[in-house]
Design a protein around this ligand. Structure first.
Ligand SMILES: Cc1cc2nc3c(=O)[nH]c(=O)nc-3n(C[C@H](O)[C@H](O)[C@H](O)COP(=O)(O)O)c2cc1C
Length: 327
């Protein structure tokens, strides 16, 4: 059965299909002997609202095929952002996929995984031949959802969903003339403005405590990495343009914010007063963050964190690691 006028390019076909962004699911069922099976599938889709029906398709080569074929019930788990390890686990053959996973009570025998964005418990109603796949259509007998942001899959990679922001009409954007030197789309502008507006939210707390940005920066750094010497502090802060030099460190010692531990190289740590001050500023910063996340929504906040981490990695001039665990 060759409908395709040659040459048909299978890998190009896969890549073209990959442009259709999907969520990521794990579909589970249970063999007659009680053995659980499950596999990662992005072929899931909704079919009907009344009666509620969904579908997904399974490669005929899948090891779990006989179990799904015989199963009366299967559960579809829409995976959350942080479940990409689970997606990988269930996409590999030959692993004990369910090891260490806590299962929840299901309506029927199919295993029910926890921590997902949504779950659909289904009863098989149709099975269709679909080339090298079998299409399963199920009636939904139970479902639930959580606020956990869903994991996406596009172009062969996991991705996060972020809302498109409202296009902002500006004089620069409205005209199609030569690119303006300074526009609202300039990343530097967006980052700078976002940074300053964020800082503005807890600027008052800094003022009340009489802390300069430099002092706050040094206190925050030493809250994570106490016992750095002046050269290390300078290396961590050089990119900020803040002069965290010997002069600043001495002033901070004199103001009772830092204690200096003499040795071959003097090492600095926040004093109890310094710790209290940085805790207060951090609390204010967390309050600003909480209000922002409330406005943005948890999904946007997760997407933003992800993009900022990409950006920080991509633009890193070779700074020392702050959080060793992230190394
Ligand atoms: C994001 C993603 C989506 C997938 N979607 C499907 C799918 O819809 N159908 C399918 O048969 N395999 C799909 N796979 C591949 C299976 O998860 C993989 O072949 C798995 O090992 C099958 O398990 P089994 O052989 O233990 O049954 C997908 C893999 C990934 C990573």
């Amino acid at each position: 059965m060759d409908h395709h006028t040659p040459p048909f390019d299978p890998s190009g076909f896969r890549r073209a299909l990959g442009m259709f962004a999907t969520g990521v699911t794990i579909v589970t069922a249970r063999a007659g002997d009680g053995t659980p099976v499950g596999m990662t599938a992005n072929s899931f889709n909704s079919v009907s609202l009344d009666p509620p029906m969904v579908l997904w398709s399974l490669a005929k080569s899948a090891r779990s095929l006989p179990v799904f074929h015989a199963a009366e019930h299967w559960n579809v788990h829409i995976l959350a952002n942080e479940q990409n390890d689970l997606a990988n686990r269930f996409a590999r053959a030959g692993e004990d996929k369910f090891a260490g996973l806590a299962l929840e009570t299901a309506l029927a025998d199919a295993p029910l995984l926890a921590g997902c964005s949504a779950r659909f418990q289904c009863r098989t109603v149709f099975r269709y031949e679909g080339g090298d796949h079998i299409i399963f259509v199920g009636e939904v007998i139970g479902f639930d959802r959580s606020e956990a942001a869903p994991l996406l899959y596009v172009s062969g990679e996991y991705a996060l969903a972020t809302r498109l922001s409202q296009p902002v009409a500006t004089a620069a954007n409205a005209s199609n003339d030569a690119p303006a030197p300074f526009t609202e789309e300039l990343l530097g502008y967006l980052l700078g403005r976002a940074h300053y507006q964020f800082m503005w939210g807890f600027q008052r707390t800094l003022g009340e405590l009489g802390l300069s940005h430099g002092e706050f920066f040094v206190l925050s750094l030493l809250a994570v990495r106490a016992g750095l010497d002046a050269a290390e502090i300078a290396a961590h802060t050089a990119y900020t343009g803040i002069a965290a030099d010997a002069g600043l460190l001495e002033t901070m010692c004199a103001r009772g914010l830092l204690v200096a531990n003499p040795g071959p190289a003097t090492r600095y740590a926040p004093s109890p007063a310094g710790q209290a001050a940085s805790r207060q500023v951090l609390a204010a910063a967390y309050a600003v963050e909480a209000a922002l996340v409330e406005q943005l929504g948890a999904r946007e906040a997760a997407g933003l964190r992800n993009l900022l981490k990409h950006l920080i990695r991509a633009s890193d001039p070779g700074l020392p690691m702050l959080w060793a665990a992230n190394a």
